[in-house]
Design a protein around this ligand. Structure first.
Ligand code: HAM
Length: 422
């Protein structure tokens, strides 16, 4: 039969060892931090009815118009691989009546998202997000707490040089006037806009503020800032948030162009930008969406959330995070009988997460020591014919080359002591 080599779909990012160890470590930090703040995990469907995203993200956004993996299933139902997590969390919040169990619900998720974008560094078609959503709290204290929590995560991961950009998009009371204002402004610059912005400028003029086309950017450079149109409640919310961030020592910049590429936002929007990431510089983003729960069939419920791009986060961490479970001891059997002696010890220690390596192939002492060195273990436990005869294993410190003897009857205890010392 003719052999063929099948590869991943273009732009679908996979995570291989040892990188996957580092991902786990970072994911654990994220989970610990969020659970400390009272968040609980949701594990959601990857595939949703297409309508969910069209209704929530907005029919005139790049994501919905150009980037979704949408197909008909065998019953001719239109399904979409989720391009983001918020819509699914809101769908679940309504579907399972999560608001009934408590007034405030804090939910987080970790997993793959899918967007048909042009792949490049930091931008993939399958990528991963660490995200969280809070339901039921309209106070700006919630916005501040969540942003402080994110800043804490970057700090805990030793990430520096991340800038917080902040804006307010107003609410149903004040945004219509701003949209009209912007529509007028855009209509005078119609010729300068790209085709998408021309088409969208009547129904959804805010999209022009988010367009990456350089001509559109130039055309909207002097557009009226939304801050001039905010109603009193929205102004108070925004200044309240800015004040809390200042008090907490979190630096930020107000960016009146920050409208985000999704339509569901009200009031606060934000992005954490990192210069080190190059063109795809947003490492995390989100905001408030006080209307979405109701628009998707639930009770009116304020909400605030964010998503971190996992790949981009890992690019910022570099190689500083060590693997979570590097083996500490290499068990080195020389012969079948020694392998039989060491195998149950290997299984026993690994069950208790005290990771050891053990080669099942009959390899020489030299090659096993070389492999132990490469794995970065600290101790090698060697058992050959002489050791079997004497009832003692050799324990070699791979760094100092010092060797001691450990009696067989106490091998498990001695190894556990080594784990405690390290
Ligand atoms: P988003 O800005 O579309 O927001 O995505 C959030 C983050 O996901 C981005 O800042 C970026 O780090 C990462 N990201 C997005 N697209 C890609 C891609 N193609 N390749 C790699 N990374 C990517 C949302 O998804 C909202 N659901 C955030 C949110 C949660 N708002 C409220 N709650």
């Amino acid at each position: 039969m003719k052999k063929i080599q099948i590869k991943t779909v273009k732009g679908f990012n996979e995570v291989l060892p040892p990188e996957s160890f580092r991902w786990r470590l970072v994911e654990d930090k994220f989970r610990d931090l969020l659970e400390g703040y009272g968040f609980a995990e949701l594990r959601l469907a990857l595939l949703e009815p297409t309508e969910l995203f069209a209704r929530s993200i907005g029919g005139e956004t790049d994501i919905v118009e150009k980037e979704m993996y949408t197909f008909a299933d065998r019953s001719d139902r239109s399904l979409t691989l989720r391009p983001e997590g918020t819509a699914s969390v809101v769908r679940a919040y309504n579907q399972y009546s999560l608001g009934k169990s408590s007034e405030i619900n804090k939910l987080y998720y970790v997993g793959p998202m899918f967007r048909y974008e042009r792949p490049q560094k930091g931008r993939y078609r399958q990528f991963h997000q660490l995200g969280a959503e809070v339901f039921g709290e309209e106070s700006f204290y919630q916005d501040a707490e969540t942003l402080v929590m994110l800043a804490q995560l970057f700090h805990a991961l030793s990430i520096k040089g991340v800038e917080l950009h902040l804006n307010s998009l107003g609410c149903d009371a004040c945004r219509p006037a701003f949209r009209d204002h912007l529509k007028d402004y855009l209509s005078q610059r119609h010729e300068a806009l790209c085709e998408d912005c021309r088409r969208r400028s009547l129904e959804n003029p805010l999209r022009a503020l988010d367009c990456k086309n350089p001509y559109c950017r130039e055309a909207v450079a002097d557009a009226p800032p939304i801050s001039d149109s905010l109603c009193d409640d929205c102004s108070l919310h925004f200044t309240g948030l800015c004040g809390l961030l200042e008090d907490a020592g979190i630096d930020f910049q107000i960016n009146p162009r920050l409208v985000r590429g999704l339509d569901y936002y009200t009031r606060t929007t934000f992005e954490f930008l990192a210069g080190d990431l190059g063109a795809q510089n947003a490492v995390a983003a989100g905001g408030r969406y006080d209307r979405l729960v109701e628009e998707l069939g639930g009770k009116a419920t304020p909400a605030f959330g964010f998503a971190i791009g996992f790949e981009r986060l890992m690019m910022l961490i570099g190689s500083e995070v060590a693997p979570l479970t590097s083996p500490l001891v290499a068990l080195i059997p020389l012969g079948e009988e020694a392998l039989g002696l060491l195998f149950p010890i290997h299984v026993d220690l690994n069950r208790k997460a005290q990771v050891t390596t053990l080669s099942f192939q009959q390899k020489s002492l030299k090659s096993q020591l070389k492999k132990a060195d490469k794995d970065g273990v600290i101790y090698a436990l060697i058992v050959g014919q002489d050791e079997l005869a004497q009832g003692e294993a050799i324990c070699r410190n791979m760094r100092t080359k010092e060797q001691t003897k450990l009696p067989f009857e106490r091998l498990r205890e001695s190894l556990r002591e080594l784990y405690h010392e390290c």
